[in-house]
Design a protein around this ligand. Structure first.
Ligand code: DX5
Ligand code: ZN
Length: 223
């Protein structure tokens, strides 16, 4: 019988205490996180402004985990170099921000960084059809991007399931990541639908529990 691949957990530091970001990243690392998910927002593609490459470089010094950098910015091709230099291991751009997505993906890979593409809830998976073979990761937004702490959009479950079928049918290895409203209740359902990397912000850093307990709770929900 085929054993299913281990699901990866990617705490999003958007909900961490920015005053002690390094320590919070170290806590998540010690607690068994797989990636550190870093949300970059520019105030244009999404309303908020969060962090830039210099903060990614600072986080780099607190963990050996892969840094999973989610760029919610317009014209990401202007910034990719900076984030690669800062130590990003995975750079994910939004397809809605990239008319020349093939070129952007090649640019990321040319820097020796894994390339991801993200889809907003209203963007159909067909938009990825041609570029899918070149991707290391597909990020399905399960809320509209821009803020932590939003409620999971139930309709995205079906989209995750359809993307899983498409990846498997074409024998493509891109990791399927979900982001937004993921907690211990939602986690087993997105994994059943086919997700393999789970981003969680408020459920890890704002749960009223220690980071380790919060992560363990999500992990336990999957067994
Ligand atoms: C939202 C960000 C998410 C956010 C998730 O636009 O991309 O990564 O931090 O936060 P939660 O898990 O609280 O929905
Ligand atoms: Zn994110």
């Amino acid at each position: 019988m085929e054993t299913s691949p281990r699901v990866k957990l990617a705490p999003s530091i958007l909900s961490a205490d920015f005053g002690r970001l390094g320590e919070q990243v170290a806590e998540a690392t010690k607690a068994g996180a797989d990636y550190i998910h870093i949300d970059v927002m520019d105030g244009h593609f999404v309303p908020s402004i969060t962090i830039g490459a210099s903060v990614v470089a600072a986080i780099r010094r607190w963990t050996n985990l892969l840094l999973d950098v989610h760029l919610m910015i317009e014209a990401p091709e202007r910034q990719i170099n900076q984030f690669a230099d800062a130590g990003a291991d995975i750079i994910t751009v939004h397809i809605e921000a990239c008319p020349h997505i093939h070129r952007v993906v090649q640019m990321v890979k040319g820097l020796g960084v894994k390339a991801g593409v993200s889809l907003n809830p209203s963007t159909p998976i067909d938009a990825l059809k041609e570029v899918l073979p070149f991707l290391d990761l597909v990020l399905v937004m399960t809320v509209n991007p821009g803020f932590g702490g939003q409620v999971f959009i139930e309709d995205t479950l079906d989209k995750v399931a359809r993307l899983r079928v498409e990846l498997d049918r074409r024998s493509l290895a891109a990791e399927l990541e979900v982001d937004g409203g993921i907690n211990a209740e939602v986690a087993p359902r997105v994994v059943r639908a086919g997700a393999r990397v789970l981003v969680a912000g408020s459920a890890v850093f704002h749960s009223g529990q220690a980071v380790a307990e919060a992560l363990a709770k999500i992990r336990a929900s999957l067994s």
